[in-house]
Unconditional design. Structure first.
Length: 236
């Protein structure tokens, strides 16, 4: 993890000068996720806008890992004082990241395409559609019942995962995930194509049929505005 963070910092940091960006998030969802490293459950907050253009998180574990990579003094107080914000712009696959620890501030913008490795052995050379099929399976989340969706590639109907969406809270999931799918095809030198027809709703839960991978425990529908101003101006 340390080597990865430092490699990203040294090789792929790119600053966009004299730009400002304002992002509005429509929902902030607290999820419980499995932490395999610690054999425990973590809570992560993820912010969405309805258009599916942005994802935001201030995941505390990310700030801790970044602190460990940067500072020799990895005391609990140093780690506790670390804060980070990460935004993914889904249309461009750009990641905007800020990190603060006392007087130490780091800001950078990178593109996922710059550091995802190419794996030719995973190439997909056929046209695939990611199917979302509404099932009779009912899941109760935050005291409300939902029908689960089975998600699977049309070429492998036996490879299903299950997801729960709140379609009363719209989110353009097809835009949200399309760049990931395109990058996956690009980085495997695939000659085929992949498309999705995901429901237009806030993701509440994902499970593999046996284990819950992520599940919502709280939803905040108050808008959150993030102003990004990153500039570096030198005059003589």
């Amino acid at each position: 993890m340390k080597k990865t963070l430092l490699l990203i910092l040294v090789l792929f940091v790119s600053f966009t000068y004299s730009q400002e960006k304002t992002i509005e998030l429509d929902y902030i969802v607290d999820y419980v996720i499995a932490n395999k490293k610690k054999q425990s459950k973590d809570t992560i907050s993820i912010g969405y806008d309805k258009s599916g253009k942005f994802l935001w998180t201030n995941y505390k574990e990310l700030a801790k890992e970044f602190s460990k990579a940067l500072f020799k003094n990895n005391s609990e107080s140093i780690l506790a004082d670390s804060n980070s914000n990460l935004i993914l712009e889904t249309e461009t696959a750009d990641i905007i990241f800020s990190f603060e620890n006392n007087n130490n501030v780091i800001f950078f913008k990178i593109n996922l395409n710059a550091f995802i490795p190419i794996k030719n052995n995973d190439a997909i050379n056929e046209d695939i559609v990611l199917i979302s099929e509404k099932t009779d399976q009912i899941t109760t989340i935050l005291n409300k019942e939902y029908n689960d969706y089975a998600l699977y590639p049309d070429t492998e109907p036996q490879s299903k995962i299950f997801a729960t969406f709140d379609e009363s809270l719209p989110v353009n999931n097809n835009l949200l995930f399309q760049k990931f799918l395109e990058l996956m095809m690009q980085k495997t030198n695939s000659q085929g194509s992949i498309a999705s027809n995901l429901p237009n709703g806030l993701i509440l839960k994902v499970n593999d049929g046996n284990t819950s991978l992520i599940e919502a425990i709280r939803i905040n529908k108050s808008k959150k505005t993030i102003n990004i101003n990153y500039s570096f101006k030198v005059t003589e």
